[in-house]
Design a protein around this ligand. Structure first.
Ligand SMILES: Nc1ncnc2c1ncn2[C@@H]1O[C@H](COP(=O)(O)OP(=O)(O)O)[C@@H](O)[C@H]1O
Ligand SMILES: CC(C)(COP(=O)(O)O)[C@@H](O)C(=O)NCCC(=O)O
Ligand SMILES: [K+]
Length: 263
């Protein structure tokens, strides 16, 4: 008997986040850089699981007989990337209308809606999601499964990149260069950038979490995204009582999509 498998792709501004569902089980996940138009065209012309596994660099030893063409469930916050997938034969594009949250505004990012839905069904409502991706976003939902709003700022990598690219003398730093926090008052340029970016980011995160807990005392706070583990490590050193209550879960969006479309 064929297994009902599907590929889920979340297109973020830095990377693609993919998952393979076999029946209702989240079988494997990963992150890759955006695929080229020609690879996407090849997948659209021959959407076998084998071709998919090659494209997402996963070993080809799955114990299943997959569907053909393998369904693709897509959620994207990058319209130019979404456009490249329109020719895929078995495509389901997820939009805000698919997400059962109340009171979302029409331009809300689908990644934020899915992540807060995934956090609520996994960890309970109310919930605050902090997505530490290209942008860093806060997205809240209350115990009536209503969207409560949020905030958007440049993420860790983007803060370093903007300083490195938009100034004449500052080096381009990457996140993760240091695991322990720098001195606040640094004596060289690289440390000064890291201090400025990291401490203001941590204070901002602390401020938003405390503001959330004033509205929803005891609520879960869940962090996700490419910089989530690093930021949690920093938070532990700066505000351990908050970090201890913070959940890191990098499957939120997949759980949200799985709950909505894979039944
Ligand atoms: N292997 C990696 N390649 C690229 N970025 C990474 C990697 N590991 C962690 N990151 C961090 O992930 C962040 C982007 O997060 P991600 O969740 O991929 O973003 P998006 O969902 O916007 O595509 C960057 O700031 C970067 O520091
Ligand atoms: C805020 C975002 C850029 C975050 O994208 P990401 O960092 O995950 O790539 C994305 O969710 C988006 O384009 N949102 C639309 C605006 C909004 O949510 O209000
Ligand atoms: K993201």
């Amino acid at each position: 008997m064929n297994n009902h498998s599907s590929i889920v792709l979340i297109i973020g501004n830095s990377r693609l986040h993919w998952a393979l569902f076999i029946d209702k089980t989240l079988y494997s996940t990963g992150d890759i850089f955006h695929l080229s138009a020609s690879i996407i065209q090849q997948l659209a012309q021959c959407p076998t699981l084998d071709n998919w596994l090659t494209a997402i660099s996963l070993p080809n030893n799955l114990p299943i007989i997959p569907d053909y063409p393998i369904p693709l469930i897509l959620a994207s916050v990058v319209p130019s990337q979404t456009a490249l997938w329109q020719s895929y034969p078995h495509l389901r594009l997820i939009t805000l209308e698919d997400v059962p949250l109340e009171r979302m505004y029409p331009t809300l990012g689908i990644d934020r809606a899915l992540a807060v839905w995934g956090a609520g069904i996994t960890w309970g409502f109310p919930t605050l999601v902090i997505d530490a991706g290209t942008a860093l976003t806060f997205t809240g939902a209350d115990n009536h499964q209503c969207f409560v709003g949020g905030a958007i700022l440049p993420g860790l990598g983007l803060q370093f990149a903007s300083l490195g690219q938009e100034t004449g003398q500052l080096p381009l730093l990457k996140p993760g260069l240091m695991i322990s926090l720098p001195l606040h008052f640094a004596m060289n340029t690289s440390d000064a950038i890291q201090s400025g970016v990291i401490y203001t980011l941590l204070s901002g995160i602390k401020d938003f979490i405390e503001a959330w807990w004033r509205l929803f005392p005891g609520s879960q706070v869940v962090m996700t995204g490419g910089d989530s583990n690093l930021l949690k490590t920093y938070l532990y050193q700066q505000v351990p009582d908050i970090a201890e209550r913070l959940i890191v879960d990098n499957y939120l969006i997949f759980q949200g999509i799985g709950n909505i479309v894979i039944r």
